[in-house]
Design a protein around this ligand. Structure first.
Ligand SMILES: O=C(O)CCC(=O)C(=O)O
Length: 383
């Protein structure tokens, strides 16, 4: 889009698109409760709908009391964000949180900006730029766009990572020997949140002779608040099966307009959890709505997709993911399971098959927090 829109104009351009998108979404049949069969795996109808469309919405998968704890941790973290990338102080002049970690916790942007679209960032996987409307009362400060490291920044985030139903979903899709990818919390503040331009997440296996529709894994998003079609993630159904898509050409064929005609919104209630195939074409628009969206995003892969692969996205290309690196990053899953089991003793804990013999040494404690959790995201497994 060539002209700069005000936030109000942008919101108006969304009105009809949103209404039509909701109708398309309703017809897909890929939302409902998270159901597992007697073997602890997703029921076949859910897997079929996920494999057909490239995403699924598990309604009410996280209970309200857990959502409340996640919200409380997030509120504290947002209050302690630095005033800019690399700044040492927060909005009250206090030391900003997170300076002890090796990787920055917060990524800050101008309100309603698209920081990646049309740039070479993240292997250039966002080739077109979204509209960047001007915020109504343009604030002088930046806003939090993304936060990383939820297992070390939020006790509730570590426990969520060990959720038995979510880990059962990971095992159902990627096999019992599934491995972690990374995590990121997308923050879309009302009238402020930036956009994430159309992209497919995976970058490694497009030319792999063994390529298939699930080779780049999937991401969960746990929604802390109700999120409407104006603030949520949008996906083009079925695109996870198409191979690498020429996104520039697709947007050009839509007269350069970012509102792709066949995309659908993943609108959710607080406590809903989405899964999205990382090969599906997806993105989100500048948040000119009144909704606050906070989406805790974390992914899992098939072990075979990661073992021997070179680093990509935020990981150095010179790194090769060997068995030791995979084991190191996977230990976070085991510690998270134990942290959760200690907090929710009535729940049946998940048994993570790859580290089954190490459950004792991966109990949650001060020692494992320092050894396994602190700076765990230096070992993310991005492909
Ligand atoms: O939630 C969003 O707005 C973007 C999420 C996304 O692009 C991703 O998880 O890859």
């Amino acid at each position: 889009m060539g002209t700069v829109l005000t936030a109000r104009q942008h919101a108006e351009t969304m009105t009809q698109y949103v209404a039509e998108g909701i109708e398309r979404a309703k017809a897909l049949g890929n939302r409902g409760p998270l159901r597992l069969d007697s073997n602890g795996k997703l029921t076949p109808d859910i897997l079929d709908a996920y494999n057909r469309t490239g995403f699924y919405i598990f309604e009410g998968a996280i209970k309200q009391d857990e959502i409340d704890l996640l919200r409380a941790d997030m509120e504290w973290l947002l209050d302690r964000a630095p005033v800019d990338n690399g700044a040492e102080v927060d909005h009250q002049g206090r030391p900003a949180y997170g300076q002890d970690f090796a990787r920055p916790v917060y990524s800050m942007i101008q309100p309603l900006a698209d920081p990646w679209g049309g740039t070479k960032a993240l292997n250039g996987r966002h080739p077109t730029q979204m509209a960047q409307p001007v915020a109504a009362d343009q604030p002088p400060h930046k806003v939090v766009f993304i936060m990383t490291g939820m297992c070390q920044t939020m006790p509730s985030g570590l426990r969520l990572y060990g959720h038995p139903d979510l880990l059962s979903v990971a095992a159902s899709i990627n096999g019992d020997d599934f491995v972690p990818y990374n995590d990121a919390i997308f923050i879309k503040q009302p009238g402020r949140g930036g956009s994430v331009s159309w992209h497919q997440d995976g970058v490694t296996h497009w030319e792999n002779p063994s390529w298939d529709s699930s080779i780049h894994g999937f991401n969960f998003q746990v929604q802390l608040f109700d999120t409407t079609a104006r603030s949520c993630l949008w996906v083009v159904p079925g695109t996870h099966k198409e191979g690498k898509i020429d996104i520039k050409a697709r947007v050009a064929a839509n007269q350069g307009v970012e509102q792709l005609p066949d995309a659908v919104p993943l609108y959710c209630s607080a406590g809903d959890v989405t899964i999205v195939n990382r090969q599906a074409l997806h993105g989100s628009f500048a948040n000119t709505s009144d909704d606050l969206r906070i989406s805790l995003t974390f992914g899992f892969h098939k072990r075979s997709s990661v073992l021997g692969a070179a680093g990509a996205l935020s990981e150095s290309e010179s790194v090769v993911y060997d068995a030791a690196r995979i084991a190191k990053r996977s230990e976070v899953v085991s510690v998270a399971i134990d942290a959760r089991a200690k907090f929710y003793p009535e729940e049946t804990r998940f048994h993570y098959q790859p580290l089954a013999s190490q459950e004792e040494e991966l109990r949650f404690s001060d020692e494992t927090w320092q050894r396994v959790i602190k700076d765990y995201n230096l070992n993310d497994l991005s492909i």
